[in-house]
Design a protein around this ligand. Structure first.
Ligand code: HEM
Length: 364
């Protein structure tokens, strides 16, 4: 028998009375009505709602990744949810242009009423960063103080708690480190790969050495950079060397996880690697979208307040530009491309490995 449910009214279901009654203009309170303050409030509130949705999706993905054996169907679900996050992020980037219909002069009509509040205090934004894997030692400091020095005690506790939880980056590291194909006995894939990459890198070196348009000074600079790339690549193959990079903060992923991610990127056409490849690609998209948002926000801030300090007291757009560059979480996944070779130059996989990469096992 079909169950019946009591009828529900649109505005009750969405609690619109509460939602639409939550825009109180400070400029009205101070009897200095500023027309654009309504837009300013609504845009911020819309951001917070979308942050909530991002956290909802991220939490569900992290929950699925917290288990030792991640089912293949769940990887598909995670990909769909990460894709949703990227679609929301595009909206968040676009939303900046709505706020930019407010001119700097219009903003000045109510800006002073807001001190010292700032988006810098957005707890949901900080929780997203922490959940993704941004750790306190990687943060740009704010007036030489911790980022939670400007939020309430209650919020500080929430943020400290979220720093201690296992991050998405750490969960991905665990998952990648468990990939079964990295340790196939008797198959020295990485030695073969090393030879292929070194050959490619030497071709690159030749291009620099024989470039007639480079001055000797520029050539030397590029060759020095090139030597660093080679050195980093050698570290990749030698675990102890690689671990030194992790210790010095130059790498976040563990050695095993980094190699697994590289392998997935190289052989993404093998059926079993399709989904892991798409998954990693969405992680890079999420980082790229947040970076784009940070740049656009920094530009908007420059345009709105010029070289003034922010309402929260930071060095305004200078601080924000730095976070755009430094607060990437999946930097290692971006860096993988340094070590890719064209498909035609990849080492042939051994028969046993090829067999393993068919649909023989579940990617754990
Ligand atoms: C007129 C518009 C805006 C101005 C002038 C502005 C200005 C600033 C400034 C100067 C900062 C640095 C901290 C400070 O000193 O206050 C900041 C940080 C921040 N703002 Fe905005 N903002 C605006 C709109 C927004 C909007 C719509 C959001 C959406 C939630 C937002 C979110 C943030 C976040 C999350 C931070 C911290 C960024 C980080 O630390 O990486 N802002 N904002």
């Amino acid at each position: 028998m079909k169950k019946t449910y009591p009828p529900i009214y649109y505005s009750d279901y969405l609690q619109l009375e509460k939602l639409l009654g939550s825009q109180s203009l400070k400029s009205d309170e101070y009897e200095a009505h500023a027309h654009d303050e309504m837009l300013f409030i609504i845009v911020h509130q819309a951001y917070e709602l979308w942050f909530k949705q991002i956290l909802f999706e991220l939490d569900s993905v992290m929950e699925m990744f917290a288990t030792e054996n991640i089912e293949e169907t769940n990887i598909g679900k995670c990909i769909a949810r990460l894709r949703r996050i990227t679609a929301i992020q595009r909206l968040l980037i676009e939303q900046i242009s709505v706020l930019e219909t407010m001119t700097p002069l219009d903003f000045l009509d109510f800006r002073d009423f807001l001190v010292p509040a700032s988006g810098f205090q957005s707890i949901q934004f900080r929780i997203i960063e922490n959940k993704l894997g941004l750790r306190p030692d990687s943060r740009i400091t704010y007036n030489n103080k911790s980022y939670y020095s400007v939020v309430s005690n209650e919020h500080q506790e929430i943020l400290k708690g979220s720093e201690k939880e296992k991050s998405f980056l750490e969960l991905i590291d665990d998952w990648l480190s468990r990939t079964p194909f990295l340790n196939l006995e008797g198959y020295s894939f990485w030695e073969k790969y090393k030879a292929c990459v070194e050959e490619q890198l030497m071709l690159d070196k030749g291009i620099i050495e024989n470039n007639p348009s480079l001055s000797e000074e520029k050539k030397k600079k590029q060759l020095d950079e090139f030597e660093k790339t080679i050195e980093h690549f050698r570290c990749l193959i030698k675990e102890e060397k690689y671990n030194e990079l992790v210790k010095s903060g130059q790498r976040k992923l563990s050695h095993k996880a980094f190699l697994a991610a590289l392998f997935i990127n190289l052989y993404r056409d093998e059926p079993i690697l399709h989904l892991p490849f798409r998954f990693l690609n969405y992680c890079v998209d999420i980082d790229e979208n947040f970076t784009t948002w940070r740049y656009k926000h920094a530009l908007m801030v420059h345009r709105m307040i010029g070289a003034k300090v922010g309402t929260g007291g930071s060095s305004g757009h200078h601080y924000l530009l730095q976070t755009a560059e430094k607060h990437k979480v999946f930097r290692d996944l971006f860096d993988l491309s340094t070590y890719l070779v064209p498909s035609s130059a990849r080492p042939e996989l051994s028969e046993s490995l090829k067999k393993e990469l068919g649909f023989y096992f579940t990617f754990k």
